[in-house]
Design a protein around this ligand. Sequence first.
Ligand SMILES: Nc1ncnc2c1ncn2[C@@H]1O[C@H](COP(=O)(O)O)[C@@H](OP(=O)(O)O)[C@H]1O
Ligand SMILES: [Mg+2]
Ligand SMILES: [Mg+2]
Ligand SMILES: [Mg+2]
Length: 349
Amino acid sequence: MSYDKQLIAAKKAASLAARLCQKVQKGLLQSDVQSKSDKSPVTVADYGSQVLVSFVLQRELPSHAFSLVAEEDSGDLRKEESQETLRRITKLVNDTIANDGTYNVSPLSEADVLTIIDCGTSEGGAIGQHWVLDPIDGTKGFLRGDQYAIALGLLDEGKVVLGVLACPNLPLESIRSQDQNALNKAGCLFSAQLSCGTYMESLEGSPPVKVHVSDTENPEDASFFESYEAAHSSHSLSGAIAKKLGVKAPPVRIDSQAKYGALSRGDGAIYLRFPNKGYREKIWDHAAGYIVIAEAGGVASDAGGKPLDFSKGRYLDLDTGIIVTNQKLMPALLKAVQDSLKEQALPSL
Ligand SMILES: Nc1ncnc2c1ncn2[C@@H]1O[C@H](COP(=O)(O)O)[C@@H](OP(=O)(O)O)[C@H]1O
Ligand SMILES: [Mg+2]
Ligand SMILES: [Mg+2]
Ligand SMILES: [Mg+2]
């Protein structure tokens, strides 16, 4: 089965959303930051991005049933104190659509915006097709002016069949490049479809280039990625695993699924993620990255070596943590992870 049409629509949706996010990040004001019940910062761009992706997908694929599992909902925005925020989101979305020029539509109203945000409340699951969206992954990175991604995947019968990662601040060259000029040129769009490989192009438009994960078999040559935020992933556990494996390079700490993108083109060889006990991973934090890595020849699993299961609804059910690397390094990595977890569980003497 081909998902070509959906892939074209997904790339268009994520690119347009990226434009909105870039505009907001440039002019980021403190007043853009709201507080959600989970205390994570949510910005105008977060909602605006979700509206644009949902809008474009429905426009581009009018004959397809539409189900979207997305991170944000309109609850907070419907509150009295959010009126100004809603007004700003609506204007940003309408300006972005008008500047793009593809869609000849009358401007969306604030009520339209709320309705479109709430298109993302699907529960997903193992039956049928569901889009999975993180409108801004790496909100903390976004607010800091660092890495973030617009991450969009498609599930078919519970399996990720395509994924797109728009990473506006990721350099087009390897992040390990020493060339400052090259590092200043940023804005990558990764796209992957089942059995078709992973491609990268510039967000400004360039021919897609096929990418592949690092093929290193030697952990001494491997550098590893992890969250910038220590609260999202234990830096001490990943350090212990890397040491056991023989990794020499210091960790590369960046926000968002830009890690999966950078890994898919070989900027590093390993990604380790170990949230606090009890934290439940959401499917939108990994769906797009999972297929971008798999189609580039890599493998992502939980800490027990099981593939990630996206068929269970909005959450991933998994055994402690997520590990990602190439096929050759995975057995050694898995052993180092298991040994380190056992040691960590032992009472210290
Ligand atoms: N305590 C926690 N442990 C693990 N992940 C967390 C977390 N709190 C938030 N997250 C998730 O980590 C994501 C960012 O990952 P990373 O650390 O790789 O940048 C966040 O995505 P959002 O920014 O979309 O909310 C959020 O879903
Ligand atoms: Mg969030
Ligand atoms: Mg996220
Ligand atoms: Mg998010």
